[in-house]
Write a protein that binds this ligand. Structure first.
Ligand SMILES: Cc1cc2nc3c(=O)[nH]c(=O)nc-3n(C[C@H](O)[C@H](O)[C@H](O)COP(=O)(O)OP(=O)(O)OC[C@H]3O[C@@H](n4cnc5c(N)ncnc54)[C@H](O)[C@@H]3O)c2cc1C
Ligand SMILES: NC(=O)c1ccc[n+]([C@@H]2O[C@H](COP(=O)([O-])OP(=O)(O)OC[C@H]3O[C@@H](n4cnc5c(N)ncnc54)[C@H](OP(=O)(O)O)[C@@H]3O)[C@@H](O)[C@H]2O)c1
Length: 389
């Protein structure tokens, strides 16, 4: 089968039942983080992906959470349901709906309203009505952020919901996207991922991110089918191998740049590579340290600037390293380099964008309006690309 026909065959609606063949922690002992390297195989099929693409992964929920919900609604899981949000033509088993089709987290105000209508216990009714008070919207927002469906059913036991009523309040469990950390030129039968495993606590209960812990905790390496699809992206290394690349990827943001470097080495691209990476501590969080040091030693990565945020009293971030090297960064940009950013959208990407504007203004000798126009043009020319989440 050709790569193109394989790509067309396996889509979001028809994901490929892959397997994870490697699952290892990238952080050293003592780290506050849990970042894992996964290898996803597509053995026997031509894998059409390119550096810069993402992989969509369909996960299942934790069995313990499904069982808890079944107990709370007094069901066995064998009941047939047709959850509104799934728009199914035929009903499915409740255990399947809760196991892999619906999100058990992030309830909405709708279920609080339903519980308020159904509660028979006066204290529960009073609390639910208090949450629905239009004057106290933030109280409801905070309450919903701390609660999952199981918490609600446990906290308001007098409000009896049938299994069908429960699933009608739930949203579809969506696949999660991960930036691919390998190049098909080096790994045509594998896709590598760099994943931050999500574990936290709310409402005095331990919580987990569905998909990151599905891959880390619930998949048996080489056995469990993992439905995946490639999500093509405009993000990617330049077609012109002579073009220089500046890549800003703290934390898991490093993933696509590992793919870019592999790709540029395999295609013998002559352009220079400048990596900015950062994480909490050098001793424990230098993801793929050996690879980067090796690329640097061989001159395959020309510049490697590292920002360790928690190795000293004050925070040092990738944008600080950009500012420290502003004149040289400007000379790369002015010479035609592409500028890439991957990772946290909320804070990092905004701060890096601000640093870029500053550097362009200062070293390009522009006022702030001209610097803004310059950066806009970089984007239009696809020389400033972001893969942020
Ligand atoms: C294009 C793209 C590329 C991506 N690439 C990567 C990648 O390469 N690597 C990577 O690790 N991720 C990546 N992500 C993020 C990834 O898709 C998932 O969002 C992430 O793994 C979490 O999914 P999950 O199912 O494990 O967690 P979910 O079940 O989705 O849970 C996450 C939710 O838990 C809640 N939460 C998390 N922490 C806390 C806390 N401390 N307190 C309270 N609530 C909290 C928040 O509501 C959060 O939205 C990417 C996303 C996109 C869109
Ligand atoms: N959806 C989820 O639940 C979930 C779970 C995990 C991660 N994420 C997101 O995934 C992305 C990557 O997470 P990650 O664990 O790989 O790395 P990360 O949390 O983004 O941290 C990587 C490095 O970036 C630093 N950093 C923090 N704020 C920054 C800023 N404003 N500018 C530049 N650097 C900054 C961190 O420092 P300090 O931490 O020391 O400040 C750390 O050294 C982030 O968007 C993160 O929020 C989401």
């Amino acid at each position: 089968m050709s790569a193109d026909s394989a790509a067309a065959q396996f889509t979001k609606d028809n994901p490929f039942p892959s397997q994870i063949t490697e699952n290892r922690v990238l952080n050293n002992p003592g780290s506050a983080k849990e970042t894992r390297h996964f290898v996803v195989s597509w053995t026997g099929s031509d894998l059409a992906y390119k550096a810069g693409d993402s992989l969509g992964v369909f996960a299942t929920n934790r069995t313990s959470e499904v069982e808890e919900l079944l107990e709370l609604v007094g069901a066995t899981g064998e009941e047939m349901v047709s959850p509104t949000m799934l728009r199914l033509e035929e009903a499915i088993l409740l255990s399947d709906a809760l196991g892999s089709r619906l999100s058990l987290a992030k309830p909405t105000a709708k279920i609080v309203k339903t519980l308020a209508e159904k509660a028979t216990d006066p204290a529960e009714q009073a609390k639910l009505n208090g949450l629905l008070d239009p004057e106290a919207k933030e109280v409801l927002t905070t309450f919903l952020a701390d609660h999952e469906y199981a918490d609600l059913l446990a906290e308001f036991p007098s409000a009896k919901l049938t299994a069908q009523e429960l699933v009608d309040h739930m949203r579809k469990l969506m696949p999660r996207l991960y930036s691919i950390a390998s190049s098909p030129r080096m790994f045509p039968q594998e896709i590598h991922l760099t994943v931050a495993i999500v574990r936290y606590e709310t409402n005095k209960r331990e919580r987990v991110g569905v998909c990151s812990t599905f891959m880390s905790d619930r998949v048996t390496v080489g056995q469990t089918p993992v439905p995946v699809f490639v999500s093509n992206s405009h993000f990617g290394p330049p077609e012109d191998g002579d073009r220089d690349c500046i890549m800003i990827g703290p934390g898991t943001g490093i993933a696509p740049f590992r793919a870019f470097i592999q790709d540029r080495i395999a295609s013998e691209a002559k352009g220079r590579n400048w990596i900015f990476f950062g994480d909490q501590k050098k001793a424990t969080d230098y993801l793929y340290e050996e690879e980067w040091e090796d690329y640097k030693a061989k001159g395959q990565v020309d510049r490697l600037d590292l920002a360790w945020s928690r190795d000293q009293a004050e925070k040092i971030y990738v944008q600080d390293k950009m500012r420290d090297n502003a004149a040289e960064l400007w000379s790369w940009l002015d010479g035609g380099a592409n500028f890439y950013v991957c990772g946290d959208a909320k804070r990092m990407a905004k701060d890096v964008d601000a640093a870029l504007h500053e550097i362009v203004a200062k070293h390009g000798k522009m006022d702030s309006a001209d610097a803004t126009t310059y950066v806009k043009q970089l984007k239009k020319d696809k020389r400033y690309q972001r893969d942020v989440y």
